[in-house]
Write a protein that binds this ligand. Sequence first.
Ligand SMILES: Cc1cc2nc3c(=O)[nH]c(=O)nc-3n(C[C@H](O)[C@H](O)[C@H](O)COP(=O)(O)OP(=O)(O)OC[C@H]3O[C@@H](n4cnc5c(N)ncnc54)[C@H](O)[C@@H]3O)c2cc1C
Length: 392
Amino acid sequence: MKPDLYQSPDYYQLDDLLTEEHKLIRDSARAWVKKEVSPIIEEYAQKAEFPKQLIPGLAEIGGFGPYIPAEYGGAGLDQISYGLIMQEIERGDSGVRSTSSVQSSLVMYPIWKYGNEEQRNKYLPKLATGEMIGCFGLTEPDFGSNPGGMVTNFKDMGDHYLLNGAKMWISNAPFADIAVVWAKNEEGRIHGLIVERGMAGFSTPETHNKWSLRASATGELIFDNVKVPKENLLPNKSGLGAPLGCLDSARYGIAWGAIGAAMDCYDTALRYSKERIQFDKPIGATQLQQKKLAEMITEITKAQLLTWRLGVLRNENRATSAQISMAKRNNVAMALDIAREARQMLGGMGITGEYSIMRHMMNLESVVTYEGTHDIHLLITGMDVTGFSAFK
Ligand SMILES: Cc1cc2nc3c(=O)[nH]c(=O)nc-3n(C[C@H](O)[C@H](O)[C@H](O)COP(=O)(O)OP(=O)(O)OC[C@H]3O[C@@H](n4cnc5c(N)ncnc54)[C@H](O)[C@@H]3O)c2cc1C
């Protein structure tokens, strides 16, 4: 892969909206990505392997639980800082950002919000340092967009719970130490359970042959009469709203992350357009390529503004799930469009691993699907503005 010459686009001087602390956090994440992620990520994506050596560095830049209070080992940062960290990590690779998002919003968040004090003290500090890695099991083979239909279930056996069922498409599953698993009790109520690697009957086979998020490990979670200690049930929230609350936090991070991927594609295409000569002039001097670049920077700027505003609302505890959904949908679609256009601007070179664009493009095909597909987010906005649910 070519040296990382990334220069972040900021067309509307949005840096003025950030505090000195925000900029410091963002710049250290950016420097870390340039030094540690860019030089190795193409190789790991090509061989379909998660680069585990990045885990301590991810913890150091605040990539694990940025907004979790310091008393539990988190960085205690605000929502804009969290977003900026996700933006920078995904500028490097969506797969690496996925590991960070899952750990922060889908594992640490539910333990912090829905767990008790013993669970928080037992797991959060180790998850914050990356000593322990977690995964989040919601999706099942027959229930993706409609997780409320899940069939994974647990029975109260007196001194323990007996867990049965299967989850699929689970990020980090193949090497995670713990899984936050959503399952129904005998009354059909959804609860979160912490399942630990090594529990008898629990296995995590890896999903192979992905063309997308190749540097992120994906797998299944199989529960065959797993005895789960009663103290591993998250006591403070149940029902579908519990996992959906985690998704709000993760989708917010994705909205920022997708901007990072888009900015990297734009920056790469802009530089290439100035250097690549065809018909005796740079391709960037042609009207068609300028149209592409002009549209890209416009869409990036709009997404930056939307997402910054969402961060302010989140800091004030005023952001709704529907607002988060809109930003996730808009920004991922924007990034995917930009990746596809940028790929074309590089001609044949665009399909090689010399440049990051094709990898971003393929990664974004998963990002547009997970945490609610583009269609599902359209339905969420549709329901929010009309008051009618079109899901069923
Ligand atoms: C790489 C990767 C990593 C993932 N990581 C995780 C993870 O860590 N944990 C986890 O729990 N899950 C994870 N997922 C699962 C992901 O969240 C699901 O794939 C997603 O929710 C969609 O579910 P599905 O694949 O079953 O598609 P389906 O729900 O079967 O949808 C298929 C198509 O039908 C459309 N559709 C569905 N319902 C409607 C409707 N009512 N109206 C109109 N159209 C509809 C969808 O938009 C989609 O286009 C991951 C997925 C991928 C690809």
